[in-house]
Design a protein around this ligand. Structure first.
Ligand code: PLP
Length: 282
């Protein structure tokens, strides 16, 4: 298995990460997960742009250009003969003697990346999933795709312990997003989703879904909705790079619609799949 280490494609065993890497000690870094369908990357440019934007927001420089990173991702996919799966990329602020403040003078960022085969969640996409509701206790810069995922980790664990697919978070009454997904409700032929601000990650899948809404004639209102409103939605969706347009058919003990994926959700799934590279063989 080959991995990315800084600007090199090397064997996994040859990577050395310092125990004083700031990603390891402080979660001081950022990451991306890019989906690959039959060897073709999907929305790679958007993910790379977001990685650089996240780096910018935390005052960190990625030590090469977007074009070089694009090329390295392709090399990694080829080296591992990845079919359908993901590329994980992370960049930390580098390693230096432990101290909260940024290293001064600055040190080189540490880039790592690897691939993993993973099938599309075809069964769940067909039947829909259940979610639980969890208080959103994360920090106020959820727009940064940061390595600090403890809030997300704790939320997802609650979902797992309740036998749910995902934890949908709410800050007070307001639904923000899933532990690793964006959330949407459809009511009376309108799709509602939290606006893009510091309280959510602007998902790449979210952006593709909003394009799909235009294509299928589903009006979008980017306005936060409450927990009570969520339970009354005709249809509900969570989305991410890995789970695509995932129908939610149960929130806590409340069935959504008739307990099967609704018509708009089906149309969105079809429009989304039409954008994916090549055939959809798992
Ligand atoms: N929100 C959070 C907190 C996430 O971690 C993710 C992805 O893992 C998303 C939303 C969805 O983002 P994307 O569609 O770019 O995968």
């Amino acid at each position: 298995e080959k991995v990315l280490w800084n600007d090199q494609i090397v064997t996994r065993d040859s990577v050395h990460i310092s125990i004083e890497d700031r990603g390891y000690q402080f979660g001081d870094g950022i990451y991306e997960v890019v989906k690959v369908y039959n060897g073709d990357v999907f929305t790679a440019t958007e993910h790379i742009d977001r990685l650089y934007a996240s780096a910018d927001k935390i005052g960190m420089a990625i030590p090469y250009t977007k074009d070089v990173l694009h090329h390295l991702i392709h090399q990694l996919i080829e080296a591992n003969e990845l079919g359908t799966g993901i590329v994980y990329l992370q960049v930390t602020r580098g390693h230096s003697p432990r101290n909260h403040a940024f290293p001064n003078p600055s040190v080189e960022a540490v880039v790592t990346g690897y691939t993993r085969e993973s099938a599309r969640p075809v069964q769940d996409l067909e039947t829909g999933v259940s979610v639980c509701l969890v208080e959103d206790v994360r920090w106020l810069r959820c727009d940064i795709k940061s390595l600090n995922l403890l809030g997300n980790v704790m939320a997802k664990q609650q979902a797992v312990e309740k036998g749910c697919f995902e934890a949908v978070q709410h800050r007070g009454d307001v639904i923000t997003e899933g532990s690793s997904s964006n959330a949407y409700g459809i009511k009376d032929g309108i799709l509602y989703t939290h606006p893009v601000n510091n309280l959510i990650l602007n998902g790449i899948t979210r952006q593709v879904i909003l394009d799909c809404c235009k294509e299928i004639g589903l009006p979008v209102v980017e306005k936060a909705f409450t927990v009570a409103q969520a339970l009354e939605m005709d249809e509900f969706i969570v989305s991410s790079t890995g789970i695509e347009v995932m129908p939610v058919v149960k929130i806590e003990e409340t069935q959504i619609g008739d307990g099967t994926p609704g018509e708009w959700t089906r149309k969105l799934q079809t429009a989304f799949e039409a954008k994916l590279p090549q055939q959809l063989h798992v």
